[in-house]
Structures are given as C-alpha cells and as structure tokens.
Design a protein around this ligand. Structure first.
Ligand SMILES: [Zn+2]
Length: 298
C-alpha cells in the first residue's frame, strides 16, 4: 500500500532499525525493489533522484508505483530524492509522490530554513512528508579532501528542525554519495548527539559502500533511514556485463533485476527491517485526503 514516510520512520526510530530508501531509475530497478520488499516483508521507500529523470519521469514512476502499491500489503512510499527546486517538488507531489526531499543544503543556513519551511507548508497541506538536509553530504570522489566543516552541527540541527517543521533530517556525519575515494569514517559521537537533541527521524545519505558494520552501528546510533543507489546500479551493471552468451536483451534485464534484489535483501538484513511490514496499522494515504467532490458542482 502507498503511504508517506511518517509512520514507517517513526516506528523505525522507536525500535532502532533502519528503513531503506532504494533508488529506482527504470522499470527493472523498481520491480526489483518491490519484489525484495515483499520477499522480506519490510516497508520500503522507492526514491527517484532528479538526476535520473532522464531515465524515467516522475509521472511514469508514480503511475507504476500506484499500480504495484495497490496490490501490495507491505507499505511503500514514493520519495523525491534531492529535490532542488520548488517547481520540481510541486510536480512530484502532483504526480503522486508521497514524500519529498528539499535539498537546500548548499545555501546559507537562513536561506535553507526559508526554502525548506515553504516546502514543509506545501507538503503537509498535501499529506506529503518532507525531508531536508543540514550540513552537506558530499560526493565520494572528493572524500579524502573533505573536512568536518560540512558536518551537521547538533545544536543547529535542533534549531533547524524546530524552525522548519520537517518530518526527517538528512545529516552529514561522514558518509558520501557515489563511490568512496578512501575508507569511510563516521563521526558517531556527533550522530548520537544529534539524535539526542532532535526529535525527528534521521537520514543517512550515501549508504552504498559505507560497509555493513558502520551502517549497522549507524542505525543503533540514531539513523532511521538509509539511502542506497550506487551499489544497486553497480551490482546490476556487473551482473549484465559478465559473459552471458545466448541471453537476449529481455533476459539481461532479468539478470540485472535479480542482482538488485540480492543486494537489497542484504541491506534489509543489515538494517534489521526484515519482517517489519506489520509493525503498525498503516492508513492508506488517499483515504486521508478524500473530499466530497459533488459540492459546488450542482
Ligand atoms: Zn543523497
């Protein structure tokens, strides 16, 4: 069933496990995420990043997700990853996304608060949950040259959450997007401090390549959602690039899909979300916004 991320992240936070946001970029990756979540009976968040709109549009993925979700018992949210503009976020909400991220983390603090607050107002009016980022999660290619100046400040994180009213906060504590140029190191003291001060679920971007032990420690230190994309893409690419004589194009798609399922199921185990689909009674998203359409049309 299609839901926003509110209940699933609140429950994950309460019981100290992690929900995976697995990014999709085409039909095959979307099918893989849905099948993996059903195999493991766990809630899952399908992410679509703006940089992947060239592969699949928000409209396409929203319609596909609506079809799959209507047949599923396990809760599923459709989330816009790294929404960079008001227009893109409005478009995602209008097409059926149940959750959005506004990424204004590159702006000065006051502007980040202003832009994020506007999106929260918009999202909440539509029963859509809003994630924002404070500090800045960079890219793995620059990992060794980065310093802790970009890390999330715990005291500022509390102010940010209070001022904006966001539903979840993406924190910069040492992970990076893409592949790491170096060995990942996480600032757990900082993470624990943020988790103590902030009363919304925390999100870890750049889960791929961080390593099982660090990710597991992260969910036990206050992270409730982990974003995964690069590993899924890489596993699918490696699987289809092996010599596969006699496989046609359609069968290659299935090979890629199976590789993503396998990779994601491993992440579900690390995040301890296997079997968590029935933790709470979920309300279908659209039941909460139904109105009597006949009024005004007599
Ligand atoms: Zn990210």
């Amino acid at each position: 069933m299609l839901v926003n991320t509110s209940q699933m992240l609140a429950t994950a936070r309460k019981y100290q496990y992690g929900i995976a946001q697995a990014n999709a970029w085409d039909l095959q990756s979307l099918r893989a995420i849905i099948r993996a979540s059903q195999n493991c009976s766990c809630p899952v968040i399908v992410g679509l990043a703006e940089i992947h709109f060239k592969y699949i549009s928000p409209e396409e993925i929203a319609q596909l997700v609506a079809v799959y979700a209507s047949k599923m018992q396990t809760p599923l949210a459709l989330h816009l990853d790294h929404g960079m503009s008001y227009e893109t976020i409005v478009k995602a909400i209008r097409t059926g996304f149940t959750s959005v991220m506004i990424d204004a983390s590159g702006l000065p603090y006051d502007e980040n608060v202003k832009v994020t607050s506007e999106i929260v107002k918009l999202g909440h009016a539509c029963n859509v949950t809003v994630e924002a980022e404070l500090g800045h999660v960079g890219v793995g290619a620059e990992y060794n040259s980065r310093n802790a100046d970009f890390f999330t400040n715990p005291k500022q994180a509390k102010e940010f959450v209070d001022q904006t009213g966001i539903d979840s906060l993406a924190v910069a504590v040492g992970t990076a997007h893409g592949e790491y140029n170096g060995v990942p190191r996480l600032d757990f003291d900082r993470l624990i401090e943020i988790a103590k001060m902030v009363d919304v679920p925390l999100v870890l971007h750049g889960g791929s390549g961080t390593g099982d032990d660090l990710l597991h420690k992260a969910i036990k230190s206050g992270i409730s959602k982990v974003n995964i994309c690069t590993d899924l893409m890489n596993k699918a690419a490696s699987a289809v690039q092996k010599p596969q004589d006699k496989l046609n194009y359609a069968d290659l798609g299935i090979v890629g899909e199976e590789a993503i399922i396998h990779c994601l199921e491993h992440y579900f185990e690390i995040l301890e979300c296997v079997g968590r689909a029935e933790d709470v009674q979920y309300v279908r998203r659209f039941e909460m916004v139904e109105t009597d359409n006949k009024k005004g049309f007599a």
